[in-house]
Design a protein around this ligand. Structure first.
Ligand code: 4AD
Ligand code: MG
Length: 477
């Protein structure tokens, strides 16, 4: 017999004869009521077991985590909070789950404990909700760009380029480390390795993406990227997913418009399509808030926060204006920041970003025109000769969610910049061809997908919004 998804049963408009549902037992109450979940929705369906006519042997096997198949009529429920339930006529245990050993018991587990059980945590309500929202958000990403006629490009995972020039790469080799070929000086000779050159896992698909934008006009990537930065924070992963649109003939203003419109679209899409899951996570957060002192409680609920982002324009200010605000907000001797910015040209720390977004403007902020020396080589130099057409989008509770720029389209200026930074022109000759042949103004950005999922789910640790997190010292599963 074909089984029906729990979601469809709960959304039924009539009672039904002889339905079958398969799923995992969340709880079993009074030897009678199974709360059954099959992952199609956060909601469980109640299955009422005829315990008088069910052997004790079978009843004992209905434990949290067990896989079961139930067949019976879908009838109106007398219980509160549910329209329908299944009156079980036939029950089959598909897979037992020993209650003494199954770690996901129906009680509140700490997020740390759940992280150690990433292969099982998805069986909890919260992680089921997060992973469904993540899936819907990735569909929304494709929807947005496909509707606008962008071409989806799969840029390579193994590459010779360090797109960000930050040297935070995982090296790739086909050989056991002790067998790496050496040259006469005793240093590693990558020419004799698999690709005949040194390669690494990509930190960004941008450079390859630019070559496609200069032919297809508007493109986007959406794939895994890797950073070997030793940042053990709640915002950094060693393996994360990035969305990188790149558009020919767009300047920085058009780039900001695109980023803002895109973010608002995907958040709206989640609000329209993940109602039950978002409400559940909002309730979970409200519970958490109760244990905090009044002053530390959030002013908005999760849904209010998401709607706020849709209804309000992002505030756009230059780096220079931001520095002025930060300086003024730190009156003499009153220390607001652990790191006080005195010099124009310093990079902002996350405490500064959060101050601007959460305390000063109280809305998402787009910072643009950063000092050239703190940004990547490919960004377009402004007429002032010291700032570049960069933009970062900062979000409340998250900090940087997007990094992007208008690209340096002038061949000579770009080559000069690369030389100054010691970037080998020959290695990136293919990239420079975009500037040699038919160069034009173009721009793009990268959005860290997990930071978006963090914002939408209201979670606070990036390890909790990716199925199997990779962080320094941790690559379980
Ligand atoms: O600012 P980033 O380094 O910019 C780039 O990689 C550009 N090539 C993008 C482009 O213009 N096409 O990274 C972009 C975004 C950040 O704003 C952040 O959201 C996310 O990627 N990100 C990370 N997310 C999780 N863990 C990390 N270690 C991240 N590093 C960056
Ligand atoms: Mg950045």
């Amino acid at each position: 017999m074909r089984h029906t998804k729990v979601k469809d049963l709960l959304n039924s408009t009539t009672t039904l004869q002889e339905v079958n549902a398969k799923g995992w037992v969340r709880t079993f109450r009074n030897n009678q009521f199974i709360a059954l979940n099959d992952g199609s929705t956060i909601n469980n369906i109640q299955c009422v077991v005829d315990f008088e006519n069910t052997p004790d042997e079978t009843l004992k096997r209905i434990t949290t985590g067990a896989a079961v198949s139930v067949t019976g009529n879908l009838v109106e429920s007398k219980g509160a909070g549910q329209k329908y339930e299944i009156k079980v006529a036939k029950l089959e245990i598909l897979g037992d789950s020993d209650p003494e050993k199954f770690p996901m018991q129906p009680k509140k587990h700490s997020l740390e404990f759940l992280r150690e059980n990433a292969h099982l945590r998805v069986r909890t309500n919260a992680f089921g909700a997060i992973m469904r929202i993540r899936s819907v958000l990735s569909f929304a990403v494709h929807n947005y760009f496909q509707q606008k006629g962008f071409v989806y490009v799969n840029t390579p995972i193994i590459t010779g380029a360090d797109a960000e020039g930050a040297g935070e790469m995982f090296q790739v080799t086909s050989l056991p480390l002790e067998n790496l070929p050496k040259n006469e000086e005793g240093t590693i000779d990558y020419k004799k390795d698999f690709f005949g050159k040194h390669t690494n896992l990509t930190v960004s698909g941008q450079l390859e993406g630019e070559t496609f934008a200069m032919a297809l006009g508007q493109i986007y990537t959406f794939g895994p990227t890797f950073r070997a930065e030793n940042s053990n924070t709640s915002r950094h992963l060693a393996e994360f997913w990035m969305i990188e649109p790149e558009v020919a003939f767009n300047d920085l203003d058009a780039n900001m418009d695109l980023a803002e419109d895109f973010i608002q679209y995907v958040i709206k899409y989640a609000l329209d399509n993940c109602g039950d899951d978002l409400k559940f996570l909002e309730g979970r957060l409200l519970e958490e808030e109760k244990s905090k002192p009044q002053a530390e409680r959030s002013e908005m609920t999760l849904l209010e926060k998401l709607n706020f982002v849709l209804e309000n324009n992002f505030k756009r200010i230059s780096y220079t204006e931001a520095i002025d605000i930060l300086r003024e907000s730190t009156p003499n001797k009153k220390k607001k920041f652990s790191y006080i910015i005195n010099e124009w040209g310093a990079d902002l720390q996350s405490e500064h970003e959060r101050y601007l977004v959460e305390k000063h403007f109280k809305c998402p902020v787009i910072l643009f025109d950063y000092p050239a020396n703190i940004k990547a080589f490919y960004m377009r130099l402004n007429e002032d000769g010291k700032t570049v057409r960069a933009m970062d989008i900062l979000f409340p509770g998250i900090g940087e969610i997007v990094g992007g720029s208008q690209r340096e389209e002038r061949f000579d200026v770009l080559v000069e910049k690369m030389a100054a930074l010691g970037i080998d022109e020959k290695e990136l000759s293919w990239y420079l061809d975009t500037r040699r042949f038919g160069s034009a103004v173009h721009s793009g950005f990268g959005l860290g997908f997990e930071r978006l999922v963090l914002f939408v789910t209201g979670m606070t640790n990036i390890r909790d919004v990716i199925p199997f997190p990779r962080t320094p010292g941790s690559a379980e599963f």
